[in-house]
Design a protein around this ligand. Structure first.
Ligand SMILES: Nc1ncnc2c1ncn2[C@@H]1O[C@H](COP(=O)(O)OP(=O)(O)OP(=O)(O)O)[C@@H](O)[C@H]1O
Ligand SMILES: [Mg+2]
Length: 299
């Protein structure tokens, strides 16, 4: 499928996503210019979806993050690279509330203080995270996995009584296409390839309608073809979602940072090293940076 086609399908999915359960009072679907934002609602009026300032995390005196600052724009697809131990996963742990920093500030939109929220509250506010290892329900079919993601947050009793509306079934159908699993809808998730499981997990995340997606090494272990399709998928989400993608696969990074429109400004890549930003800018620029070559890319 071409990126253009996928983008169209993504838009169709989004327009149908307005009644997704579990996102009430958050997610900021309608938040934006020209209307007042309510407390706890995502406020994107200033264009920033994620703001980290001087975040420091110490483990027994060792600074895994050392005054890390980061600014992600709404709709941006930001790639983060850097050597092992640079603090990339720790940064995601801070954003999702898994790890509390010793110092610094972290905001989702301009009003939601992430350091005051618990993990489940952060997820409900609209931040979805994909871990490296896929976590899907292996015994259920692909379709049932997505159905369950729709029912999430309803509680057991409500989930059992829940029947899919036509609109919700359509939404699952559109998601199956987006994640390239239409032909495998009736297949048990445990029998999928590693790459397909990763896509299913991304689909499960997307069913919750997150505004910001954090993806930690999403193409690790994928075949070249699966990696290319994953890049297409992420590019189709750009704009409607904000994505922070951590990867070591530079070919994948090059694909993600490629301009989808000729007039689009170059996407930024952030290089983390020793818990802070070493360099940030268009891929070609960070690839030519002497320090980046020294600590990460090699000669
Ligand atoms: N819970 C913890 N306790 C002690 N040290 C930790 C903990 N979590 C992370 N670290 C250390 O913090 C540093 C940053 O780790 P982190 O996992 O964030 O790196 P990373 O950039 O994600 O690396 P990789 O590319 O290998 O995934 C490492 O030195 C790691 O050993
Ligand atoms: Mg990591």
């Amino acid at each position: 499928m071409t990126p253009e086609l996928m983008r169209t399908r993504g838009a169709a999915l989004r327009s149908r996503g307005g009644d997704a359960p579990g996102t009430e009072g958050s997610g900021g679907r309608a938040a934006g210019y020209g209307r007042r934002v309510q407390a706890g609602e995502l406020d994107l009026a200033h264009g920033t979806i994620l703001y980290l300032e001087d975040i420091t995390v110490s483990f027994d005196g060792f600074k895994a993050l050392n005054a890390l600052s980061l600014d992600i724009r709404a709709g941006e697809l930001r790639c983060i690279i850097g050597p092992n131990g640079a603090g990339k996963t720790t940064m995601m742990d801070v954003i999702t509330g898994k790890t509390r920093p010793d110092a610094g500030r972290a905001f989702f939109g301009s009003t939601i203080d992430l350091l005051r929220l618990r993990e489940n509250e952060i997820a409900r506010a609209g931040i979805g995270r994909k871990f490296q290892k896929p976590t899907v329900f292996e015994q259920l079919t692909v379709f049932e996995n997505l159905e369950l993601a729709l029912k999430a947050d309803r509680g057991v009793r409500a989930a059992m009584a829940f029947t899919l509306s036509g609109e919700q079934a359509d939404r699952i159908g559109a998601m199956l296409e987006l994640i390239h699993l239409k032909a495998s809808a009736a297949q048990v998730a445990g029998s999928l390839s590693h790459g397909q499981k990763q896509w299913l997990e991304i689909g499960l995340l997307l069913m919750q309608d997150p505004k910001l997606l954090l993806l930690d090494e999403p193409v690790a272990g994928m075949t070249d073809e699966e990696t290319e399709r994953t890049a297409e998928l992420f590019l189709s989400l750009e704009g409607s979602h904000s994505l922070v993608v951590v990867e070591h696969d530079m070919k994948f990074i090059a694909e993600l940072t490629r301009a989808v429109r000729p007039d689009a400004p170059a996407k930024k890549v952030t290089v983390l090293h020793e818990g802070r930003v070493l360099a940030e800018g268009p891929l070609a620029q960070v690839q030519a940076n002497e320090q980046v070559i020294e600590v990460y890319l090699g000669r």
